[in-house]
Design a protein around this ligand. Sequence first.
Ligand SMILES: [Zn+2]
Length: 734
Amino acid sequence: MSLRWLVLTLLLMTSMGLQAQPLIGHDIEARLTPAQGTLAVRDTLSLPAGQDEWTFVLHQGLNPQVLAGDAHLETLGSRDDSEVFRLRPQGSGPITLGYSGPLQGELQTAAEGMGRSRQWTRGIISPDGVVLDGNSGWYPHFTDSLQHFSLQVMLPADWTAIAQGAGPNRLATTEGTRVSWHEDQPQDDIYLIAAPFVTYTQPTARGEAQVYLRNPEPELAQRYLDATADYLAFYSDLIGPYPYAKFALVENFWETGYGMPSFTLLGSQVLRLPFILKSSYPHEILHNWWGNSVFIDYETGNWSEGLTAYLADHLFKEREGQGAAYRRDSLQAYADYVGAGEDFPLTTFQGRHGSASQAIGYGKSLMLFHMLRRDLGDAAFRAGLQAFYRENRFRTAGFDQLRIAFEQASGRDLKGYFETWTQRVGAPDLALTEVTLEPVASGFQLRGRLEQTQPEAPFPLTVPLLVHLKDGSQIQERISLDGRATEFLIELPTPPLRLALDPDFDLFRRLAPGENPPSLSRLLGAARGLIVLPTAETEALATGYRQLAESWTKDAPGWEVVKDEALDRLPEDRPVWLLGWRNRFVTALTAQPFGLDPESHRLELSGENLAGDDLSLALVREVAGRPLGLIATLNPAALPGLARKLPHYGKYGYLAFTGSEPSNRLKGQWPAGESRLQVWFTAERPALAPVVAPALAARTTEAQPADRVSGTPSAPVFVTSPVAAPLSPTAAGE
Ligand SMILES: [Zn+2]
């Protein structure tokens, strides 16, 4: 939901604690006229007895009237394009409200940090389609209540409508098509989507799979129908029964990744990206458990994005043996995007509105669940998830309810754990010191000291240590570190090769130098920095670079833009972007050669020799202790696309594009260097096979779900192009 709206909602919520929320019945008959951008509604409300007055929100200008039943209705005022009403029933029995008018809305653009933005609307009725939820005020939205509903919508003949729950029932009439839906279980919102869709369906053991596309595309639809069946089965096994009658993929007419109860609204480009079937799509489906049936108590922090990211985005990477890499990227995003003034505790996370809030509300939050799983073990972790779902389905829940469920499942007191990771800011910074190795009769004694060096108070941690032995075996230990420092002793049967502290990034912590090679996010996430424009380029290139710099800095007041001729030397106290092959300072990058030849516009990397008039490059190196980036091309037409695309490639250290689009041709991360969190005991440093912990299984003996999905060709990318940022905000989030 939009932040602005959230503020209004919070103002209206006088007492939305965790006490039972009133359950309101809506029997809605609606007529949508997309050509005019209008709706007309009759809503018969069943209000629970015992409350004298009710407050609800409706879109401004709809002029609601009491059509049947006995009640007084008055307006309390308005804000933005919403109007707040008070309804006072004068007796028992249903009350019917009628209202009509325009609800055209508009697509708006929200900035999300350097070079990133997304479109959103409070609700729209247009010839392109209809997207309405409680925030748009299309129905009387009682903000401190839950609701169940039945809904009949009259539409143009070739249109169809989607809501959450069971349906659709379609009836062709002389006036158009009448479509009905209903959901009898408590809901925290009522969604209404409509357009001239092509519909595909397939029954599954856990509910009907449905796909709504804007044009016929049976193969694409079939991939989604199959994936839906797989994911519904997998998550039902892992957590508990899927709570709805259907799950639908609905194609939107702008780029979104919204998860609503029993359907997802994905943009046309997003849903055609092959890797979405393994990233955003399971994420949206999983929101039916987290957020769309266990509702979020926003007053105590949105827990659902972290848990959903952990059990979808992270889990499917973990299945591919990429769990540690995913966690390292999460820690790096926290380090790069969350500046000193931008950190906040998870108890105040509402929704993503940029890279910093994403790094906390998704990244730090998923690490909370990962550490918990490592501490409790997979069986207790799974039992905790199941208990949390069982106890809180169709109720509002917060971190407290999660804690209670995991305590029940594990028999452990987790108060301190949850307090630390949901109420504190900051992150532990770890050091490994005083490491000694001593031969003894039984082998070797490895001793050392673990320290927390951050200025903030120590965090309670269980620190994983991994010893690779010369004979090829490994020893893993977990050391409790609740205070500033502790000593450890590990008995080894044979001589060691290397000792490493948390090499799989199992802890939420600050990465040590060397663990995070320079990537674009070091610059994209910096609050301050400098962009240096080239003087010696052609006019078309110079203009393109200037426009890129302007678009990236217009919402980034800590960033300066200067021409290279105005500088004697590059500052070393902040990140710097160099733009242009002919930038005066481009040779600063090659002080330590790495395959870049600015003279011949060439980069040799990963066995590729990249050059040519068609080539665009972006890369970041660490030079003189600060990130130094380069964006260079000979093709001015590629620059607008680079300005748009590069902010979505933050985790990469180098990127090559071709064409004017431009299309990504190569991307990668620089190898991690040596860090102070590892100690070698031999002069040679062979490449060590990673220890890959097993992925979380749905059951103790697991049938691999989603086999068909793993079989689809997919790029191992998480984010490309202007779209695939993990979901975005609705009531239940992305
Ligand atoms: Zn989400």
